[in-house]
Design a protein around this ligand. Sequence first.
Ligand SMILES: Nc1ncnc2c1ncn2[C@@H]1O[C@H](COP(=O)(O)OP(=O)(O)OP(=O)(O)O)[C@@H](O)[C@H]1O
Ligand SMILES: [Mg+2]
Length: 611
Amino acid sequence: MAAASTTIKVAPLPNWSERIGALKNIPPVLRFVWDAAPGIVVSNLSFRVAAALIPLSILAVTRFIVDSVTNHQMRHVPLSHMFWWMVLLEFVLAGVATFMARIIEFCDTTLADRFTRHISLKLMTHAAKLDLMSYEDPVFYDKLERARAQGVDRVQMLQVGGRLIQEVITTVSLAAAIFIFSKLLLLGLIICVVPAFLGETHFGFMNYSLSYRQTAGRRELDYLRVLGGAKESAKELKLFGLAPFLMGRYSELADELYHQTKDLSKRRLTFGSLLALLGLVGYYGSYAYVIYGAVIGTISVGVMVYLSGAIAAASANIQAVFTSFSGITNQALFMTDLLEFFAVKPKISSKASAMPAPKPIRTGFEFKNVSFKYPGSSRIVLKNVNFKLGPTERIAIVGENGQGKTTLVKLLTRLYDPTEGQILLDGKDLRDYDLESLWKEIGVIFQDFMRYEMTAAENIAVGRIEDLDNQFRIRAAANKSLAEHTIRRLPNGFDQVLGCRFEGGVDLSGGEWQKIALARAYLRDAQLLILDEPTAALDARSEHEVFQRFAELTKGKMSLLISHRFSTVRMADRVLVLADGEIAEEGKHDQLMKSGGQYAEMFELQAANYR
Ligand SMILES: Nc1ncnc2c1ncn2[C@@H]1O[C@H](COP(=O)(O)OP(=O)(O)OP(=O)(O)O)[C@@H](O)[C@H]1O
Ligand SMILES: [Mg+2]
């Protein structure tokens, strides 16, 4: 399917300087780890350092035991008084090693949990600060998705990091033992392991680059999988018989990704095995060299056991160090996205010298020659819009689909800034006000309001979360929005979990959800109330009642109402007609009807349907 293959973006393979550059991610990541749980980090490292020295200690004890026994057998040298203590010591060391491995595992698991928690909270905090426009940008969205996965997936980096430190210490201690015996031996060992290291690193980076290129594809896969099993799509999937179509699309895309991954894994397997073989040659070569020394009598049997043990352990550890290291650089590369995500700064933010929003608002809002284009789009959605919204005024905006009504609300609430022109509040630019204090003064319910799968009370309380425990205010808000009747009928009333995601949840009808969402706006002690088609799902009687209420409750207050139903629009003090991003007409209902323009035409069209 053409659509599937075009979704996979091609990112250039990272070159060596980029690969090494990825290491610069390590310090900030270590900082996250430290911040997540300093105590666990310290104990984890201490245990690892101690555990790292155990292998060499065991070998040294073994050497003593073997040499004592051979001397005793061959040359009838009496056993030292320490002998049996040393046997016991070896047992104790082995026991301590086992015990420490468990403790380290425990530290790793708890650290991983704390890290995930810490990163998730950081992600959420940062995501909440970002502009709405970021979420509507697919490139940003990919980054967010990768960052989200990394917060959780990259916890293995912690284990690898800790293990690396441990392996390095073990290797250095063993290498020192080998070095004292023969420099050449150590050099040979290292030379045989380097190719394997380079191979590992290379494939690690290839793997990263592939995952990067597959992000968009994987996102589409996730989407299809969710679509295939979501409550929202279930009705249409069944009745339109869409399952085979979705499955076909899914398997085609999944196969494509699978083949890419498989090709790389195959190459990794082949080269990896060859390079590992080289490492093995190094190991057995050194081993043979040591045995030869023992045979011709330059070293004792104890030293042979000691050295061959050290070689075995060192070569395993050197390999492990290289693997862990390339693992870390690889993981660090993955962390790039997480750090890049944290580096994205919101464009819409409060200035340093921002003022608090006026309380009370005196002259209201004013749009002055406001034009707007969505970022990345060339279409001008709003063109040179001018209007005022006074502090006691109720304005309604009407217009056909896609004329820019919701966009206008997004500008008024400063979710976006105008491309040209200015929006003033009490004569000052909206950008001069502190964002949070501005948002406190606005209560808005969008067309696509959220349905939180939480209790009815919580669904209302999100409008003013400070009131979460204030049952009285929540009930009053529900009463104002006419949601109270619906909620009272629920088995658990205000404590009823809504939606079907969780067990015991009860789903509501579209109109019932809408009344609950409306209550959020009433709960908010806002000076400006905005409803963007809040009644589209309400039946005729409910709608009439809701608007009667709204009109009463907003009398003498500032409000903005977007609706396609003219029966409700006429309750407004003034109506703006938006057409092609411009204000085509403006005035009271009666005036607009008299002037016989677009408004009158739309009104007649709707009224005709009812006759
Ligand atoms: N995030 C976005 N990015 C790019 N273009 C957008 C975005 N949101 C909306 N648009 C475009 O802006 C135009 C105005 O959209 P808007 O949602 O403001 O219309 P509306 O008047 O509220 O329509 P409706 O009556 O259907 O709710 C539309 O043509 C739409 O395609
Ligand atoms: Mg809209």
